[in-house]
Design a binder for this molecule. Structure first.
Ligand code: CS2
Ligand code: MG
Length: 402
């Protein structure tokens, strides 16, 4: 069997997605997610101009060799664009392998470690009261784990607050929306949000919170300490993690569980965090961390240090990534939780899939491969619509971390 052709599909059913389709000379097709929010065309070009020409004629069963070829052969290694492109190829090749073997992807990885995958949803509101209500709605929808993000008094356009009721899409303009961040207001407000949530719902629901890179290590330590009575499932992206050592300070001062890694794209981004056990959950995901092949390496390394997976699963990761991630989550022994920010109906129509939500969990399907396809005719009806993520400044104009 040989790779006969490959193509990149950019579609925008409510938001932009990039999908790689690989076809073999025996008519077997595999697909991979190549979406990088706000940088979609960079990955599309990397694939079209630099990767696809090298794939034609190769044996699609040689997943590892092709991964090594694309990683080492790039010379300019690592980074979100290149690793997302590699991830798309890798995911598509695992999809093909599943179809050739007639096996769901989790079987190729080693079989089931669990029947279903615990997920968390995204409750958010413009203020404390509406966020408490939103968490209640997610509990009624059957979620056992819920991320809570709220508007913050005195802060306009706080992170994580959707414009609608269920879906949260941060890429909101052709050029970055400017937002203003105020750490003091946030540190004053966040503990009060979780006071109210625990008062309203007790300790039944698992609660998560995303700091989204906004704090210094010491501020993160302060917040983690103040949230300890609420026993969060995790506090995410407490401080920018390029400086992995910074987490030593946070770890010294709080037992609130820490999750990091949705912006990571190789094991090198998290090596120190894991081997020094500075985090509890690694958030790297199939689409941005080099695909199944590399994410498996990260998870196995994490397992040595009792760090569990908690893969990213925002709306800007397509159902193709979610499908592959669920097979990974069904297999991976040191599973923690899977983020599941629901896609819109129009997105789901473009990406038919066999996974399903039930009682706060997702259950992957039994179709050969990862169980997600793309309706190319429908995808063609949604042309690319350039959008990018906001930026954040402090009130004095200093650029900060969005
Ligand atoms: C967030 C994401 O889901 C999360 O944890 O950090 O929504 C993130 O803001 C987006 O994926 C950025 O595109
Ligand atoms: Mg996050």
């Amino acid at each position: 069997m040989k790779i006969a052709s490959a193509r990149v599909i950019v579609t925008c059913p409510g938001r932009n997605f990039v999908t790689l389709v690989i076809e073999t000379d025996q008519g077997v097709t595999g697909i991979g997610d190549a979406t990088l929010n706000g940088r979609e065309l960079a990955v599309a070009s990397y694939l079209t101009d630099h990767v696809i020409p090298c794939l034609i004629g190769r044996d699609p069963s040689q997943i590892e060799d092709i991964w090594q070829y694309l990683y080492r052969g790039a010379y300019w290694r690592r980074g979100p664009v290149g690793m997302t492109a590699i991830a798309a190829v890798d995911t598509a090749l695992w999809d093909i392998k599943g179809k050739v073997c007639g096996q769901p992807l989790y079987q190729l990885l080693g079989g089931k470690s669990r029947e279903r995958v615990l997920v968390y949803g995204h409750a958010n509101g413009a203020d404390l009261h509406s966020t408490v209500e939103a968490v209640g709605r997610y509990i009624e929808m059957g979620y056992h784990a819920i991320r809570a993000q709220s508007g913050i008094p005195g802060i306009d356009k706080a992170y994580g607050v959707g414009r609608g009721d269920t879906y949260y899409e941060p890429a909101d303009a052709r050029l970055p929306t400017e937002t203003v961040w105020d750490t003091a207001k946030y540190l004053d407000f966040a503990p009060r949000l979780f006071d109210k949530l625990r008062e309203a719902y007790g300790f039944g629901p698992q609660l998560l919170h995303d700091v989204h890179h906004r704090l210094t290590p010491n501020e993160a330590a302060q917040l983690g300490k103040s949230l300890e009575p609420h026993r969060l499932f995790w506090m995410e992206d407490a401080t920018p993690a390029e400086n992995q050592e910074a987490f030593r300070h946070i770890r010294r001062h709080t037992t609130t569980p820490l999750a990091v890694g949705e912006v990571f794209n190789t094991i090198w981004d998290c090596k120190q965090l894991i081997e020094e056990q500075l985090i509890d959950y690694i958030r790297a995901t199939v689409v941005h961390a080099g695909g199944i092949t590399h994410l498996r390496r990260i998870a196995d390394f994490a397992a040595m240090y009792q760090v569990r997976t908690g893969s990213h699963g925002a709306t800007d990761l397509s159902p193709v990534c979610m499908g592959a991630a669920l097979h990974f989550d069904t297999w991976v022994p040191n599973f923690g939780i899977q983020e599941y920010m629901r896609h819109t109906e129009e997105t789901d129509a473009v990406f038919p899939h066999d996974y399903r939500f039930e009682d706060g969990h997702l259950i992957c399907g039994e179709s050969p491969g990862h169980g997600v396809t793309i309706d190319e005719a429908l995808a063609a009806k949604y042309p690319y619509n350039p959008m990018c993520l906001p930026v954040a400044r402090l009130s004095d104009g200093t650029m900060w971390n969005w």
